[in-house]
Structures are given as structure tokens and as C-alpha cells.
Design a protein around this ligand. Structure first.
Ligand code: GDP
Length: 290
């Protein structure tokens, strides 16, 4: 089955349907409650959870299981389809020359993700470069340079520069030989006007093919405002969820995906450059329901 790693309590309520060919309202209600519990504890936005459980409930009661399908498998299929609909496919990332702009708050994992993504593109046979424009956070240049070295990818930054837009311009010229340029930007502790103004200017300068929002998996409800602001200022094409090796299940990122009308591009799960994978819906859904 597509989802073999469901949460224990959801699995046991589905198991009570074993052998049944028809569902009654109580069965469906119990399953929907379990799904709600799992998703809310994974920090998925309440209104999204309600929307999802309404669709599951309606479909489970109205649709007839195809001949030979047990009630359990029928519900499981509906749950899976509705979850895929919510989570979406991964952000399209053609393996071709392109410029990617990274946005996000300080500490979300942008610099780490820039090097990880560059490493990922290098495993696909492309030549990536990281351009570091963060002149705000002390140590950002050294960290980015070291990580690019570990990823064995080209790097451009200016440890003495104080104009991120100029660094971006110079970086685009200096990395002319690269196929994929990943532009790291400065974050702040909170969304401040100067951060937004700065990233808008960088966006105009580098004219990215796509802009990705980097979010810590533990972001929770805070994801909504952030996502909306970045979406309004530069347009967000996809989300990178970091620190999934921690305890958070990443439900907040779904709020961001919903808010920006985008999708998830990558998942980060550690501090080394190889700790990255392309988003794939079913593993992430299992995690949310776990
Ligand atoms: P930035 O301020 O957005 O550039 O964030 P950084 O890339 O500097 O990351 C902030 C901290 O989170 C650093 O200590 C990173 O090592 C750590 N970090 C980033 N991504 C991950 C991840 O996927 N897992 C873990 N455990 N730590 C991460």
C-alpha cells in the first residue's frame, strides 16, 4: 500500500474496519478524528485540517468502494488522495541552467540549504555555484565558503562588502561558468521592512528563475505571515523545509505552501551538505500522520 507507515492510532482505527465492506458514520467519524489529531500535533493549520477532514468524511460516506475493495482499503485510498492533494507534488526543478534565490528568516537554514542544494545539483551532473549576499550576519561569509568547499562547488562572496545588491551583481558575473546559481540572502530575526526592501532589490538584480522560501520544520503557525510577506514581495515558487531530523513534523510548512500557492522542493535533515532530499509526497504524508 502507498502508506504503510501510518500513525499507530490511525492504523488501529483502520484495522477495526477489517472485513467490513460498508462503512457507517461512526467508523468514518472515528478515523477522521484520528487524522485530525495527528495533523494538529504535526502543527498543520487548523483550517487546513478541517478542510481536509470534511473532504475525507464526505467522500468516505458517499463513494462506493469498488467491487472487491474492503472498506479499510477504500478509506485508506481516500485519505491518501486527499493528503496528496493538500501536500502537492514536489516543486518542478528542471535539470538545466538556472538561478535560484533563497529567502527566509535568520536561522531558518538558508546558508546550509544553499550548499546542500548546490551539492544536489552537482550530483545531477550540473555545475553549481553559491553566491553569498548576507552582509548582515557575522560569520555568514565564512560559513557559506566552508560549506561550498565541502560541497565542492563554486563560491562567490565578499567578506568586506556591505552592499548585498552589489555583491549579487558581482557574483552573477563571477560565476558565469556555472550552470546553476544559488543566491543566498540575509535573514533577520523577524520580518522587517529593510529585509523585504533588500531582498526585492536582489531579486531585481539577479532575476531568478525561481525563488524558494526556507523554513525551519518547527515554524508552526508563524509560517503564515512569513510566507505571505515573501510571496507578496518576491513571489515564492517553492518551499525548502529544514531540520526535519529534529522532533518537528513540518506541518507549518504546509501552511506556507498553501499560503503561497506553491509546493515543497527539498527537505533538509542534518547539518552536512549531503543531508538533503527532493520532496516526495508519500514519505512526508506518513510523517505527518505518524
Ligand atoms: P540561515 O541563517 O538561514 O542562513 O541559517 P543557517 O544555514 O546558518 O542554519 C542555522 C543553523 O541551523 C545552523 O547551525 C545549521 O547548522 C543548522 N541547520 C540548518 N539546516 C539543518 C538541518 O536540516 N538539520 C539540522 N539539525 N540543523 C540544520
Amino acid at each position: 500500500m502507498v502508506l504503510d507507515d501510518l500513525g499507530t492510532s490511525l492504523r488501529s482505527s483502520l484495522d477495526t474496519l477489517q472485513g467490513k465492506t460498508r462503512l457507517d458514520e461512526d467508523d468514518v467519524e472515528e478515523i477522521v478524528k484520528e487524522i485530525q489529531r495527528s495533523l494538529l500535533s504535526a502543527d498543520v493549520d487548523v483550517s487546513l485540517v478541517m478542510e481536509l477532514s470534511d473532504s475525507i468524511e464526505t467522500r468516505a460516506l458517499e463513494e462506493e468502494p469498488p467491487g472487491g475493495t474492503t472498506a479499510r482499503d477504500h478509506v485508506l485510498k481516500i485519505v491518501y488522495e486527499e493528503m496528496v492533494e493538500l501536500v502537492g507534488d514536489s516543486t518542478a526543478l528542471p535539470l538545466e541552467p538556472q538561478t535560484i534565490l533563497l529567502a527566509g528568516l535568520q536561522g531558518s537554514g538558508k546558508t546550509t540549504s544553499a550548499a546542500k542544494m548546490a551539492w544536489w545539483f552537482s550530483t545531477k551532473g550540473l555545475r553549481p555555484a553559491v553566491i553569498q549576499t548576507d552582509t548582515f550576519r557575522p560569520g555568514a561569509y565564512d560559513q557559506a565558503e566552508q560549506m561550498a568547499e565541502r560541497a565542492e562547488v563554486d563560491f562567490y562572496g565578499d567578506p568586506d562588502g556591505d552592499d548585498p545588491v552589489e555583491i549579487a551583481r558581482e557574483g552573477m558575473e563571477a560565476t558565469a561558468d556555472a550552470d546553476v546559481r544559488i543566491v543566498d540572502t540575509a535573514g533577520r530575526h523577524a520580518l522587517e521592512d529593510d529585509l523585504i526592501a533588500e531582498i526585492e532589490e536582489i531579486e531585481r538584480e539577479v532575476d531568478p528563475d525561481r525563488s524558494l522560501l526556507v523554513l525551519d520544520a518547527a515554524i508552526g503557525q508563524g509560517a503564515k505571515d512569513q510566507a505571505r510577506q515573501f510571496e507578496e514581495s518576491i513571489g515564492i515558487d517553492g518551499v525548502v523545509i529544514t531540520k526535519l531530523d529534529g522532533t518537528a513534523k513540518g506541518g507549518g510548512a504546509l501552511t506556507a505552501v498553501n499560503e503561497t500557492g506553491s509546493s515543497i522542493a527539498f527537505l533538509g535533515s542534518g547539518e552536512t551538505v549531503q543531508d538533503i532530499e527532493r520532496f516526495e509526497p508519500s514519505g512526508f504524508i506518513s510523517r505527518l500522520l505518524g
